[in-house]
Write a protein that binds this ligand. Structure first.
Ligand code: F7E
Length: 337
């Protein structure tokens, strides 16, 4: 009997979205392949320990041959391109690298699909587009038709990847879709992003491990959702008969001050001002002031809706960081440090 198990290849599998998506696809009985880059990738052991059912393939978005090889080995029905230099602040410091990985990386993967799939139309493609494309926003809320005006090398590189995906769809008939995802967070979020920086610092302040939290511009507003909800939307896009582009967002925006209010309240601190400092080091050369997404197309066409609300998300992240930081403290106390 022919093997009907679906196969998926994920780039960026070591990130929060990659992990949630891998879990979702595993639950749906996919064979999951993950592209992993570099010698001694520090996150490799996390995947091997917690996701033993993922088959890791060595490769890099900057290396076309490795992408062709990964597609030939995995023969995926679905390819999710989540790999990127995704930290906006870093993209200002390393714009060329960002262009190469975040922008050209998508082109290489699309081109590899074109070559390996050979026009059979078997391999569907998901491109992780982003609300950073809207940048200096032309209208609020932002939807699929809102013009793009990116404000960082990251946003510009994502614009290239976005339009290249549309172009491969229109030129070669590849089932390629872009998810324009607004900020999405989780206990697996990297510590460099503002939500995790705040929740981990709040936990450390509560435990007496840190005195203050130093931030950049706290006037910006973001439409923050839960990453676990968003990967479901990615998957739904690739189950449609026709490829298309969709906004995934909550439809509610929050200032950073609200993130601070909720996070500090979780540890019983009502006035956070004495703990929070600002430093120009964390300011960006150009800022995205306000993002607010309109997810109505995803709701109507994909039946997708985010479940976790912002206060619940913050609660989940602070609780997780209290546990992690508490264990670290216990570890150092036991070692007599
Ligand atoms: O910044 C401000 C910062 O780095 C949010 C990525 O996943 O979402 C993310 O991009 C806001 C900005 O996320 C600090 O200036 C203040 O206004 O958490 P962030 P981001 O830049 O919105 C989009 C959708 C993506 O696609 C990206 O890949 O917070 N902010 N003080 C700070 N931000 C950071 N990181 N650190 C601070 O100390």
């Amino acid at each position: 009997m022919a093997n009907t198990q679906k196969r998926a290849l994920i780039t960026g599998i070591t990130g929060q979205d990659g992990m949630y998506l891998a879990e979702l696809l595993h639950e749906k009985d996919y064979q999951v392949y993950g592209l992993i880059r570099g010698q001694h990738n520090p996150k490799r052991h996390i995947l091997e320990q917690h996701f033993p059912w993922v088959e890791l393939l060595e490769g890099d978005l900057s290396d076309m041959g490795s992408l062709i090889a990964a597609l030939e080995v995995s023969q995926p029905d679905e390819v999710y391109n989540l790999g990127a230099i995704s930290f906006v602040a870093l993209s200002f410091k390393q714009p060329e690298l960002t262009g190469n990985i975040t922008g050209l990386g998508a082109l290489r993967l699309l081109e590899a699909i074109r070559v390996v799939d050979g026009g059979k139309g078997k391999m569907r493609y998901y491109q992780a587009s982003t609300s950073e494309l809207y940048g200096k926003v032309r209208e609020t809320p932002q939807n699929e038709l809102t013009p793009f005006h990116p404000r960082s090398p990251y946003g510009v590189a994502k614009g290239y990847a976005h339009f290249m995906t549309v172009n491969y769809r229109e030129s070669y008939g590849i089932h390629a879709s872009c998810g324009i995802l607004f900020n999405h967070e989780s206990p697996r979020r990297g510590y460099e992003f503002v939500t995790r920086k705040v929740t981990s610092s709040v936990a450390r302040i509560k435990l007496g491990l840190q005195k203050e939290l130093v931030l950049g511009n706290i006037d910006s507003q973001r439409d923050w959702g839960f990453a676990g909800d968003y990967v479901e939307g990615m998957w739904r896009m690739l189950q449609q008969d026709e490829p298309d582009d969709y906004v995934l967002a909550t439809g509610v925006t929050h200032p950073i001050s609200e993130l601070l209010d909720l996070s500090f309240a979780e540890v019983g601190i009502t006035d956070w001002k004495p703990y929070v400092k600002q430093d120009p080091r964390f300011m960006r050369p150009a800022e995205v002031d306000l993002l607010l997404g309109d997810p109505s197309k995803a709701k109507t066409k994909l039946g997708w809706e985010p479940k976790v609300k912002f206060p619940e998300l913050v609660k989940m992240m602070v609780a997780n960081d209290l546990e992690i930081e508490g264990k670290k403290e216990l570890g150092s106390a036991n070692s007599g440090a």
